[in-house]
Design a protein around this ligand. Structure first.
Ligand code: 5AD
Ligand code: SF4
Length: 449
């Protein structure tokens, strides 16, 4: 694997700028795109006004994500007026969902490329450069970009993401992902371990293995727990995280592997979506509230210190006040460390759009979501207060945003800790920090050395 890919190449020649929205998978994909474009002689730029090609890597998961991107495309028209040779491309989930609709809009889109077509991007860009339009939205059953070393665009140099699988076979009723990212497929374990090792050898101290449903990773004999163990074996100094897990596939083997390795982080992101069995069934989540709680208890039995986080949707089709209360009670029962919380957003052509009425009024969705967020803030604060007085090993990521004299980093539980700098410690170092105070989002502490 080429080490030069740890930094983008800069130089004189055609320049691409890439803007990324949506999930971590998308950020990982943008790094693959830059790698592919560099091989074809394009250079990367961080400055949009220098770009010859602007690519927008998009998300379709909720309507507001798409609206934001339409807004951005409108703004690009101004840049085009200043620089008529500029070409604009939409890639990712929205490209896959809307296809020609983007090219035919009056926003001036020249290139449309779905998530499985990035190897074709240099050709599509050349077509656009010579005055045509470049489009490819074919989905693949086997593309994993396994052989492409992503160009690391995040600058901290401590924590990196590695995509281990693509696509999704779960077909949750509300979700557009199986349509925009196609069927599930796993990347070979050798390329994953080698990418993690390269990162470690270049100073990285944390990798997050990414997939829409990492628990269904399978490469021959190597299932997800085995892959996790292989990555954890690279070095005890390399922390390993993963996202996202589907509760239905969270196996005892995975829990045992996590408990066994001190360097596998004690944090599980386990999206519940709802606490009501009626909603879970309608969402096609394939587990019940009781099953979910049993899995959560299995995690807590094996790793009492493990943090559990989640995703929740308010106002799904037919959600009653009782269903909503069930979500609130599930939240209290689990005591989530943090959560991503959303209003249900109907996505065209998904199962729920085709079969159920989006019948919770917008104001009511907002009201329920506000309640969910308020409760989560309380739970996060309670959860953090329990950490005050304890000492955690923190992996330093760099200076704190607020002050030059403070450092920040994360605990194994993925909680951000801010503390006064001490001589000789910086990004990539581990340090013991005693927690002295907290807010609902951050722990504050004092380093022990
Ligand atoms: N509306 C609202 N939230 C959604 N999510 C996925 N699809 C939708 C939708 N149609 C949320 C889920 C998922 C997270 C990535 O986004 O909570 O876990
Ligand atoms: Fe958005 Fe889902 Fe696509 Fe990620 S996979 S970019 S969350 S629609």
């Amino acid at each position: 694997m080429s080490l030069t890919n740890l930094r983008p190449l800069t130089g004189e020649g055609k320049k691409i700028f890439i803007e990324t929205y949506g999930c971590q998978m998308n950020f990982g994909d943008s790094e693959i795109v830059v790698s592919i474009m560099q091989k074809e002689g394009y250079f990367y730029t961080e400055h949009i006004e220098e770009a010859d090609i602007i690519l927008i890597n998009t998300c379709s998961v909720r309507d507001n994500a798409e609206q934001r991107i339409w807004g951005r495309l409108n703004e690009m028209r101004r840049l085009r007026r200043k620089k008529p040779s500029l070409r604009v491309g939409v890639i990712g989930c929205m490209a896959e969902r809307l296809k020609e609709e983007l090219l035919n809009s009056d926003c001036g889109v020249d290139i449309v490329a779905g998530p499985d077509t990035y190897r074709d991007l240099p050709k599509l860009c050349r077509e656009a450069e010579s005055g045509g339009k470049g489009i490819n939205t074919l989905l693949s059953t086997d593309e994993t970009y396994a052989d492409i070393a992503p160009v690391r665009l995040d600058k901290n140099g401590v924590s990196g993401f590695i995509s281990i699988m693509r696509g999704c076979n779960n077909f949750c009723a509300y979700c557009v992902v199986p349509y925009t990212r196609g069927r599930e497929r796993s990347r070979s374990h050798e390329t994953i371990v080698s990418e993690a090792r390269t990162l470690f050898e270049n100073g990285y101290r944390e990798v997050t293995l990414l997939g829409q449903n990492v628990n269904s990773y399978a490469d021959g004999e190597v299932n997800f727990p085995k892959l996790l163990a292989k990555v954890a074996d690279i070095s005890p100094l390399l922390r390993v995280r993963f996202a996202t897990s589907h509760p239905k596939d969270l196996s005892d083997e995975l829990i045992a592997t996590m408990a066994h390795y001190p360097n596998i982080c004690k944090a599980v992101h386990l999206p519940a979506q709802s606490g009501s069995n009626a909603m879970l069934e309608k969402m096609n989540r394939k587990y019940t509230r009781e099953w979910y709680l049993e899995r959560m208890n299995a995690i807590k039995r094996a790793m009492p210190e493990c943090a559990i986080t989640t995703d929740l949707i308010s106002g799904f089709c037919g959600e009653t006040l009782e269903d909503h209360e069930a979500t609130l009670s599930l939240m209290r029962e689990v005591g989530y460390a943090s959560a991503f919380m959303f209003k249900y957003s109907e996505r065209p052509d998904t199962f729920s759009a085709r079969h159920f009425a989006d019948d919770v009024a917008e104001e009511e969705k907002t009201r329920r979501l506000t309640e969910v967020i308020a409760l989560q803030n309380e739970l996060s604060l309670e959860n953090n207060r329990r950490d005050v007085g304890k000492t955690f090993e923190v992996l330093i990521e760099g200076r704190s945003k607020r002050s030059d004299k403070q450092l920040c980093g994360r605990t194994s539980q993925n909680k951000m800790v801010v503390f006064d700098s001490i001589e000789g410690y910086g990004a990539g170092d581990y340090i013991e920090v005693e927690i002295t105070d907290c807010s609902s989002a951050t722990l504050f502490g004092k380093a022990k050395n």
